[in-house]
Design a protein around this ligand. Structure first.
Ligand code: NAD
Length: 542
């Protein structure tokens, strides 16, 4: 039996945040919020509850423990997310277990057709998903569309599932064959972070389902809307009930996932603390676990770089999505003369428009919560206290019309690698600048950092790029490319402290993660095939 969820933890949790009335939304935002509530069964942006999705039904939770989701630009409460109860969680697992019996036997072409239909519906309803992301997460509309599109690419690559699941077969001895089949694991679970509410669920839903598994998704409790719309689109695409279920909540729900014996695999994306906990707790009960964790991504600017491209690239990668991307460039290592580019960098960054995500010309929105804003501002202050140089200070920024937003303006700090602002993942619009004399010095800085998610170099020299690519110990490398996220014909390849597990997300690794091999060795001796002439006598079965 799964371990009971810790009820006491719930009672202690503070779930209500400072909120303002719905009228704080602009008329544009209000219209989009109303549209979301009226068109989608599982989510709301007008204050009603988010539902669980269990056994093909969007059901209201019976919990007494609700978490408010507030628009980070105005603090307007958009919806309330349940801490799914033990009974509801068990129902979701039971439903996924029941559905697995038939889904695992569905033909690979049936699963491929589902993927085709899902990709069509995601494109058709992309704006609804993006609207939900702008409201709950705070991204700009264009960035929210990008969030969905990067997930859609995984859906599209999953349409090649019949080829991806082809097995090997060889005659190993005279008349003896061995063949391998790639079979699903069973019920799997996917635990998502707040920063890509569409992309991360779409890293796992198509891969798990196309390979014949059933899945329980637990979206971030801070922005579950996109996942709920995606779940409804899966249903509309013809997915049988129970193949996909969505439950909600925080630590108790996550622990229930880790402990339930029927769950065979967990995909986690999020921060270090939760990731280590889930990896250890999930492995204890024998589950396969893949966990993408935090990051500190360095971009090296060589003095021979194309300055215009290099500066624009790192500005986009550092401040886009308010720095809340696991592949955001959070450190710029300026080598030699590239250090003279700082004033130009600052001038360009000052032109970025911080605003609510539906506002025209917005480059970056608010950070996810007031607590996050406070933490980011604390890290900026720590740089000041430890002798760092604040070149551009985004604290205290005002955005007209949005007095209550979680605003942090773009910030640039020159620091050294022993300072707290360098050592910790800030996850906000803050770029740390570290000077270096040579490429070797830059490589030493990056390779001493515990994280290994992404890195980039800007140079016009092939030799420099090649040396960097060979010697840097980070799993995803960009050469004149600031955010080198591999497309899903490849697999995610973050390493070192940015990943726990053995098998990565999506692409070929994604197929490997969600399947186990079964080999069959069979012997059919040729001499046992008797008779070389058809018998025309009445068969008597003697
Ligand atoms: P988070 O770790 O706070 O939350 C992620 C998920 O874990 C959520 O569903 C949450 O409910 C759950 N959770 C949170 N704390 C928990 C705990 N103590 N025990 C069990 N479960 C817990 O992460 P976040 O703030 O939502 O997302 C930001 C983090 O995610 C950043 O560190 C970022 O680098 C990382 N991230 C990594 C990647 C990657 O691919 N490497 C991608 C996106 C985000």
């Amino acid at each position: 039996m799964p371990a009971p969820k810790v009820q006491a933890l719930r009672a202690l949790r503070c779930r209500t945040y400072a909120t303002t009335s719905r009228s704080a939304l602009t008329s544009t935002a209000r219209a989009k919020a109303e549209q979301i509530s009226s068109e989608w069964k599982g989510t709301s942006a007008t204050g009603e509850n988010t539902k669980n999705f269990i056994g093909g039904e969007f059901v209201e939770s019976k919990t007494s423990d609700w978490i408010e989701v507030a628009d980070p630009a105005t603090q307007t409460v958009l919806t309330r997310v349940p801490e799914t109860t033990n009974a509801e969680f068990d129902q979701a697992v039971a439903s996924a277990s029941e559905a697995f019996k038939s889904w695992k036997r569905s033909s690979v072409l049936t699963r491929q057709r589902f993927i085709f239909e899902l990709q069509h519906l995601l494109r058709k309803h992309g704006d609804a998903i993006a609207n939900s992301i702008v409201l709950e997460q705070g991204k700009t509309f264009a960035d929210a569309q990008g969030d969905l599109l990067r997930g859609l690419q995984v859906v599209e690559s999953a349409s090649g599932i019949p080829t991806a699941l082809l097995g090997d077969n060889i005659e190993v001895s005279k008349d003896m064959d061995t063949s391998v089949r790639r079979l699903p694991l069973g019920v799997c679970a996917s635990i998502a972070p707040f920063n890509f509410p569409a992309m991360i669920p779409l890293w796992t839903i198509p891969m798990a389902i196309a390979t014949g598994n059933t899945l329980i998704v637990k979206p971030s409790e801070r922005d579950p809307g996109a996942a709920m719309i995606i779940a409804e689109l899966c249903q509309r695409a013809g997915l049988p009930e129970g193949v996909l279920n969505v439950v909600h909540g925080t630590v108790p729900t996550v622990n229930a996932i880790c402990d339930h014996p029927a769950i065979k695999g967990i995909s986690f994306v999020g921060g270090d603390r939760a990731g280590k906990h889930i990896y250890e707790r999930g492995r204890k009960t024998g589950k396969r676990v893949q966990a993408n964790l935090g990051a500190k991504n360095h971009a090296v600017l060589m003095p021979d770089a194309n300055k215009n491209n290099a500066l624009n690239s790192i500005i986009g990668a550092a401040f886009g999505a308010a720095g809340q991307r696991c592949m955001a460039i959070s450190v710029a290592v300026l080598v030699g003369n590239a250090q003279t580019w700082i004033p130009e960098l600052v001038e360009r960054v000052k032109k970025l428009n911080v605003n609510q995500g539906f506002e025209k010309g917005a480059d970056l929105g608010p950070v996810i919560s007031a607590a996050s804003k406070k933490r980011i501002e604390g890290l900026i202050a720590s740089a000041e206290e430890q002798g760092g140089r604040i070149i551009l200070d985004g604290r205290g920024i005002q955005v007209p019309g949005y007095p209550n937003g979680n605003w942090v303006g773009p910030t640039i700090i020159e620091a050294t690698t022993d300072m707290k602002c360098y050592r910790e993942e800030i996850f906000g619009p803050v770029l740390i600048i570290v000077p270096a004399d040579t490429l070797d010095d830059a490589l030493a800085i990056i390779n001493s950092n515990p994280y290994g998610n992404g890195t980039a170099i800007f140079t016009q020299s092939g030799a420099t790029a090649r040396k960097f690519e060979n010697e840097v110990e980070v799993g995803q490398v960009g050469i004149n490319v600031p955010i080198p996220v591999p497309l899903p014909m490849f697999s995610w390849s973050g390493n070192k402290a940015s990943f726990l597990g053995d098998v990565a997300f999506y692409g070929r690794s994604g197929i490997d993660f969600y399947t186990q091999n079964k080999t069959t060795t069979s012997l059919w001796k040729a001499e046992d095939a008797i008779g070389n002439k058809a018998s025309v006598d009445m068969p008597t079965h003697h």
